[in-house]
Design a protein around this ligand. Sequence first.
Ligand code: PLP
Length: 420
Amino acid sequence: MSETRKPKRRRPAQLPARRDRADKRGMSTRAIHAGEDRERYADSITTPIVQTSTFVFKDSREVEAYTKHGKARFEYGRYGNPTELVAQRRLAELEGAEDGVLFTSGMSAITTTILTLVRSGDHLVITDDAYNKTLEFCSEYLQRFGIGCTVVPFGDYRALERAIQRNTRFIFSESPTNPYLNIFDLVKLKKIARKHKVLTVIDSTFATPLNQRPLEWGVDLVIHSCTKYLAGHNDILGGAVLGRAGLIGEIRALHRGFGGVLDPHCCYLLVRGLKTFALRIERQNASAMKAARFLEGHPLVKKVYYPGLASHRHHDIAKAQMDGYGGVVTFDIKGDLAMAKRFLDSLKLCFIAPSFGGVETLITHPATITYYRETRRARYELGITDTLIRLALGVEDADDIIADLDQALKRSARARKRKK
Ligand SMILES: *Cc1c(COP(=O)(O)O)cnc(C)c1O
């Protein structure tokens, strides 16, 4: 049965998702072994990069076995590749999903998933604290196709329920969110979705499956930008959607037409990056906690936003539904825009760059990049102060990062005094 009410069409044969006993194994073990056969191609311990656009058929009988009798094999690069299959299975096993699909970017995963779920005349609900481009796609672009969208305030579950209409297909949210790391209550989400029979989609990029597994909380589809923690080395763009086989199969069918497939080399880098996934996230969780505590006690810092801190507005929800709080810490420093700029310019180790989750520690200043607006007033309307800093920890020694933050804070404050 098609879960998205689309007319059913014959789909190309798909190699089955393999789950064996893997879901009983620990996260680190899965990160290294999941998705690969014990028997290795050419005895190579690493997954080969199958750098090909097409796959050859031995003879016409082989063609017929594939097209007519559904033999599981590869046909053409856009319909699947062995390196991609390993990455896809590994991610599915980490998230505890039956199946998954990979994309060229997180945005490709989001847009393809959404377009699979809706058709003209449908409606969706999205929370306002969501990735900018996702919000834009839902509330502006989808209108062209007669798809309605209600944007509700994040955390207002009553408004969320009220927004559901007869033609609502799904609720889309994120948790944690950027840059304040707000946490969405997945128990409440499930309750509302069940009651109104709508699907739920969570962008779980900021959490990773080590810290949060929304499928265990009854969410239907989980999306990741693999660009961040999952690939983890700031060297590729990638995306994934994970969930039960039926829904994923429908997304895959559209994906094959849209064509945003992850190339074999990127798939290899993702498979390679995932091997250290659990190690990296454990380190990032620990370093972020340490940095958050340090910043919270710093005389030049006004406020710290980290779900692992008791002072965070959603600490209790985070504690209940997460195993760790991630590697991103947001904080507001004392002073003004000039002070924030001096702070950025005083950094010696952390890089000024968007993105997060990779091995290098990155810092962004939302007011001048992600949420850049001409006027201060427009920025503040978005809830972004001029002194807000987002710190995304890498896997360096936490003390070195903390020392860098400390010297940059002190240096920028000294410069401020001199100017007075
Ligand atoms: C980065 C990000 C995306 C977009 O992913 P890309 O790989 O850059 O396309 C979507 N959602 C969240 C929460 C992100 O952080």
